[in-house]
Design a protein around this ligand. Structure first.
Ligand SMILES: [Zn+2]
Length: 287
């Protein structure tokens, strides 16, 4: 009788083990599922298209799961999204909006464009043209790029443009303008980024400033005319205040300076500006 009980106990253990053993060899483990998932290598930037979110299925120890997830995250690194804002629009909008979240100060929803002192070119047309060149350049580098506007006649406020960047989950928000109001003796490109004491951009100002420096350096390298250090920090610019991601505002040159105005009207120079900014973004990104 005792022997019989021992035999039953042994069988009770062995049969399930045998069944497990059989299925264990024929069914793919969760690791195999993960490895068989398609991860397509995409751009020269080693950025890959991201397949649907992976879920690790049962039976893999936690630390193993984390290892696998890490590998997958590396391989499927999302393409960075860059939103470009071609500054201004055909008609100014003098209705007011706040200069930043919870601010008590107000300014026009969209200030007027400036015009070239020699050529008469409009700032809103120049910024869209350079934005389109820049979009092409950045796409070639493997980024996903969106423009806040593609037309001249549009009503889109400063805040709405920053909101567009947020809605599109932009990693970087690049705004293009051309100066036409300050020093008419001055020439060249400069980049405005948030100052350290800008209360609206505490979390992002460092990266923004770094991006600004990278773009100025790239412009100098490409022999673009740069105004002084090419750097300016602002604690009050509403275009920067509303952004929730690193942002910069590039003043491409001075439309109220005859030499700069003529230069800015040339396609070759516009392409050079786009290339400089694109290379600056790339250099910033690979740090
Ligand atoms: Zn402007």
């Amino acid at each position: 009788m005792r022997n019989l009980i021992i035999a039953i106990v042994i069988l009770a253990f062995c049969i399930p083990l045998a069944i497990l053993g059989f299925y264990g060899t024929s069914m793919p483990t969760s690791i195999e599922y993960l490895q068989s998932d398609k991860v397509t290598e995409a751009t020269p930037n080693k950025i890959a298209e991201v397949p649907i979110q992976h879920k690790v299925v049962a039976n893999v120890p936690k630390n193993e799961q984390q290892k696998i997830e890490k590998t997958i995250t590396k391989k499927t690194k999302k393409k960075k999204v860059i939103v470009i804002d071609p500054g201004h629009q055909r008609y100014a909008d003098y209705r007011l909006e706040k200069v930043g979240p919870k601010s008590t100060k107000w300014m026009p929803k969209m200030p007027a464009s400036t015009y070239g002192v020699s050529t008469g070119q409009a700032e809103y047309a120049l910024t869209l043209q350079v934005a389109e060149y820049l979009q092409k350049q950045l796409k070639r580098e493997g980024y996903r790029v969106k423009l806040t506007r593609q037309e001249h006649v549009i009503a889109m406020s400063t805040k709405e443009r920053a909101d567009f960047a947020k809605k599109n989950e932009a990693d970087l928000y690049i705004q293009l303008h051309a100066d036409g109001v300050t020093n008419a003796q001055a020439q060249g490109l400069y980049v405005i980024s948030p100052a350290a004491n800008n209360p609206f951009t505490k979390k992002t100002y460092r990266e923004s400033q770094e991006l600004a420096r990278s773009i100025t350096a790239s412009a100098k390298k490409k022999k673009v005319t740069v105004y002084k250090t090419g750097q300016l920090h602002s604690e009050s610019l509403s275009a920067l205040n509303w952004a929730t991601m690193p942002t910069i505002l590039v003043e491409l040159g001075y439309l109220n300076n005859p030499t700069d105005d003529r230069r800015l009207a040339q396609k070759d120079y516009q392409l050079l500006l786009a290339k400089s900014i694109s290379q600056g973004v790339k250099a910033f990104d690979s740090k």
